[in-house]
Design a protein around this ligand. Structure first.
Ligand SMILES: C[S@@+](CC[C@H](N)C(=O)[O-])C[C@H]1O[C@@H](n2cnc3c(N)ncnc32)[C@H](O)[C@@H]1O
Length: 272
């Protein structure tokens, strides 16, 4: 079981979740790419992607390191198969946990963990494992959300608030944390990283187009939650009405925020 991550619970099952992950990457990758480059990612580097899922992000990483190498660590065997099918010989997929990867010490120039830490009961262990995998001078980059600061929509979508509260509680019960954005700096610092910083990335529909956000806002993603009795049919109907109101408003706009924490493995081993 991959912590609080349950892709099979999405309405269209795994296919729908894969489509959501893909649209999410397309939305945010241009900004993430810019940030990765500014943090020193260059074309010959060796990168490890922690919790890589089906490999959509891995493909993007491969474009950034054409003469380097990308390794993926992924717990879910089904996701590993999808990643292997997508990536072929271009990347190495290791089935295992980001808490204990079994990969050698100091092997990587950069480790990227995207939307994985929020699903872990012990993200600190994952950050420590990343420290071990990085060479001195290597960097961990953790890209996440914070449900308290997800963004703003105009017209607003108040119907989503009670649903969000339930999703937050459910993820918490399963050992995850949708408020992890605010904890990332202390997490990386506690793991032993130096030069820890937090960048906020803004995604705005005026720049990216409203269509780019459609799948992230799609109320049909909530159907399994209704079928499982977690939300009522009335609540889902209200969310559908809010979604229609939003997309029927010609001047509608949406601003979403992502949180990217990064830290350096020092040349001096701080844990000795
Ligand atoms: C929300 S998906 C994100 C996938 C990918 N990083 C992306 O940004 O599209 C989270 C992924 O982390 C994986 N995962 C969760 N816990 C893990 C663990 N302890 N070790 C390795 N992978 C894990 C899940 O199986 C899933 O593929």
């Amino acid at each position: 079981m991959s912590g609080s991550y349950r892709p099979e619970e999405n309405p269209g099952g795994l296919d729908e979740e894969l489509a959501r992950l893909k649209s999410q990457v397309e939305l945010s990758w241009p900004e993430e790419k810019r940030l990765l480059r500014s943090l020193g990612l260059t074309e010959g580097m060796t990168v490890v992607e922690l919790g890589g899922g089906p490999g959509f992000v891995t493909e993007k990483l491969l474009e950034l390191v054409p003469s380097g190498a990308v390794h993926v660590v992924e717990l879910d065997p089904g996701m590993c198969l999808l990643a292997e099918a997508r990536l072929g010989a271009r990347a190495r997929v290791h089935q295992g946990s980001v808490l204990d990867t079994g990969l050698p010490d100091a092997r990587f120039d950069l480790a990227l963990a995207r939307f994985v830490f929020q699903h872990l009961e012990e993200p600190l262990l994952a950050a420590r494992e990343a420290l071990r995998l990085l060479r001195p001078g290597g960097r961990l980059v953790v890209s996440e959300l914070d449900a308290g600061l997800w963004g703003v929509a105009e017209p607003s979508l108040p119907e989503l608030a009670p649903i969000h509260r339930k999703a937050e509680r459910l993820q918490l019960q399963r050992g995850g944390n949708r408020f992890i954005g605010r904890h990332l700096v202390r997490l990386l610092t506690a793991a032993g990283f130096t030069e820890v910083r937090l960048d906020v990335i803004a995604y705005h529909s005026d720049a990216l187009g409203l269509e780019a956000f459609r799948r992230q806002l799609d109320p049909e993603r909530l159907r399994p939650a209704m079928e499982a009795g977690l939300i009522s049919p009335e609540e889902l109907e209200q969310v559908r009405a809010g979604y229609r109101r939003f997309y029927d408003t010609p001047s509608a706009s949406i601003l979403m925020l992502g949180f990217v924490a990064h830290g350096l493995r020092s040349f001096v081993d701080l844990q000795d």
